[in-house]
Design a binder for this molecule. Structure first.
Ligand code: F6R
Length: 626
């Protein structure tokens, strides 16, 4: 088992980019911030440094486009700079609270992702020694700590000053710092919040996620917990441990995305693009997964006898990934006969778990950086359980800290609302269940093969659903005057209903409640009045008839019924106001296919309500705060 870093702490969903080299820094910094916009933010800023060390700062509340406008008057000759998108935690979104932040002398500028938990004590101490502050942020104390250390024990070394500042801080951080005292240098530090670095002939780069570097290079250095780095204009990068000893071989990895994967192409928005990419993503994930002994999951690297002995699984995730977990439990319990507990990470972390030598923890996190999920994994590791991660992001913290990993290979997902990562994670969960079932003898190889062959049909089934986007566009009319809506389903379709409701809420800001269809009459049916939109997920399945009874119950009360049903289902067609048709699919597979309609429905409703489907308000792509 790999050694794990300390307990998880919160970090912001903010974005960092930095550059020092031969080129003008500003174009890269602004481009980098644009690629990080998807993480969610409310303000942006940049600090540029001229060859003589003179610093120039521009920052504002609002979008990167507004920042770029403000920067248009700059000479643009600076070749060193750091930049930031901020998602407010301490202090409201405002120009003053936007990063970078400087010390009293204006010689040190810092951008930061994370939370400094002891900032109030440190601030009081710094104020006591004469420092004054311009913002309400916790970040500003870092610049003052660096200033203090630089002129004191660091004896004029920027990396020592940043290292000493970090030693005073509690919480989490990814930091980039420039100083007019050391023109051209950028010093970075990491604890609990990711930071990647890259070196080319043109200079050295830093970013909080690889998407900002994917059109620069395919080889990146991953700054590990507690490490610092110094970047120089020649492209030289020196990585240090917390005690400032040099790391001989920093951890590196290759980005396997081509840069165009993170661009919008000819689509109206990233969500539309990512919905359309689902068949290709799943084809990629499924390719070559059937070997002579069953499902091939190279990244798992757990001894087969240990896999065969697993007798309890905790599946932990957040949000959309938690919905994947609900279906992962169904697959694993049905096929591998292993009891599973599925829990949202934020709850899991404050509960007791039963852990034995044969307990496995599966974390599901498309970003691989969700703070609560990482905390769960660390907790389970500390208790002696093996941890495997299902994730989309190569080299993410979840992947690096786990004993095994299944990469879902969906490519960069830029829209905040997850679509292709969701369906790819479902496929990965099914592959994992088949792998476990074969390993512990619950399923013969022949049946594993049959299931795998069935799975190969998923991309084609999704293509059929995609070709019926018009049905979702029409059904979106049911929500025109709605204040609220209900999503119903039974069995595996209860999770599809949950996911559909979550998608609608996040991107259209319309309330949507998901309920197991049979539970509806125990409360939520009181919501139903004439015209009230109710989405009923009722594909062909053993519980179809029961769900149709529930459909009748809402229909009888005047609901506007949007029914997701299998081609040719006349009974459902007669009861529905709007129909979303899906091709026939095995019951276990139907959630992977059916949800595509609900993704498209949510998108059309959101567009009709004038919402930005890629960047919904208040949300961040990667939730790195607890
Ligand atoms: C919703 C969505 C979120 C994420 C959740 C966990 O569309 O994407 O609910 O699923 O924030 O994120 P990951 O999977 O990165 O751990």
């Amino acid at each position: 088992m790999r050694a794990l870093a300390g307990a998880a702490k919160g970090a912001r969903m903010c974005g960092i980019v930095g550059y020092t080299g031969k080129r003008q820094a500003l174009p890269f910094l602004l481009d980098g911030l644009r690629t990080l916009e998807y993480r969610g933010y409310d303000s942006a800023g940049v600090e540029l440094e001229a060859d003589d060390g003179e610093l120039a700062e521009v920052k504002c509340r609002g979008r990167v486009a507004a920042l770029a406008e403000l920067c248009s008057g700059l000479p643009g000759t600076q070749t060193t700079g750091i930049a930031h998108t901020r998602w407010a935690t301490h202090g409201e979104p405002s120009d003053a609270n936007a990063h970078p932040h400087r010390d009293c002398s204006g010689r040190f500028a810092v951008v930061h992702n994370g939370i400094i938990e002891n900032y109030q004590e440190l601030k009081a101490e710094l104020e006591g020694t004469g420092h004054s502050f311009k913002s309400e942020t916790d970040t500003e104390i870092i610049a003052h700590l660096v200033e203090e250390a630089f002129r004191g024990p660091a004896k004029g070394s920027l990396e020592t000053a940043v290292g000493l500042a970090a030693a005073r801080m509690q919480g989490s951080w990814a930091i980039a710092c420039v100083s007019s005292e050391e023109p051209g240098a950028i010093v970075c530090a990491r604890k609990g919040s990711p930071l990647v670095l890259a070196s080319t002939d043109e200079g050295a780069y830093a970013a909080s996620d690889v998407t900002a570097l994917s059109n620069i290079t395919s080889r990146v250095i991953n700054l590990e917990e507690g490490q610092l780095a110094r970047l120089e204009p020649s492209g030289k990068i020196t990585v240090y441990n917390a005690d400032l000893s040099v790391v001989a071989e920093p951890d590196g990895f290759t980005i396997d995305w081509d840069a165009s994967a993170a661009t919008i192409g000819g689509y109206p928005d990233f969500m539309a693009k990512e919905i359309a990419e689902q068949p290709a993503a799943i084809e990629r994930l499924l390719e070559g997964r059937l070997g002579p002994d069953g499902i091939v999951l190279d990244g798992l690297s757990l001894p087969l006898d240990e896999v065969a002995a697993i007798d309890r699984i905790y599946i932990v995730a957040c949000g959309t990934s938690w919905h994947v977990g609900l279906l992962a439990r169904t697959y694993i319990e049905r096929w591998a006969n292993i009891p599973c507990v599925v829990e949202c990470a934020s709850e899991f972390n404050y509960e007791e778990q039963l852990v034995s030598d044969h307990t496995l923890c599966v974390i599901i996190t498309q970003s691989g950086e969700t703070a609560d999920t990482l905390a769960s994994a660390r907790k389970m590791h500390a208790r002696g359980a093996k941890v495997i991660a299902i994730t989309n992001v190569l080299g993410s913290t979840a992947a690096r800290e786990s004993d095994g990993v299944i990469y879902v290979q969906a490519g960069p997902e830029i829209a905040v609302a997850s679509t292709k990562a969701y369906t790819a994670q479902l496929v990965a969960a099914a592959l994992l269940a088949l792998f476990l079932a074969k390993a512990n003898g619950s399923m013969p190889l022949r049946v594993v093969r049959d299931h795998y062959r069935e799975m190969l049909r998923i991309p084609e089934l999704i293509r059929i659903v995609l070709s019926r986007a018009w049905q979702d566009e029409v059904a979106a009319r049911a929500f025109t005057d709605a204040q609220s809506s209900l999503f119903l389903g039974r069995g595996v379709s209860a999770t599809t209903a949950r996911e559909g409701a979550l998608k609608l809420k996040e991107i259209s800001y319309l309330h949507a409640e998901a309920y197991p269809a049979g539970e509806m009459k125990h409360g939520p049916i009181a919501l139903v009045e004439p015209g009230y939109p109710v989405v009923v997920v009722v594909p062909e399945s053993p519980v179809r008839d029961k769900t149709i009874s529930n459909l009748r119950e809402v229909d009888a009360r005047g609901a506007c019924v949007i029914a997701l049903a299998t081609n040719g289902d006349v009974r459902v067609a007669q009861l529905a106001d709007y129909l979303l048709l899906v091709p026939p699919a095995p019951e276990w597979m139907s959630p992977i296919v059916d949800v595509v309609h609900l993704q498209m429905l949510a998108r059309y409703v959101a567009l009709a309500r004038g919402c930005d489907v890629d960047k919904p308000r208040n949300l961040a792509k990667s939730v790195t705060v607890e």
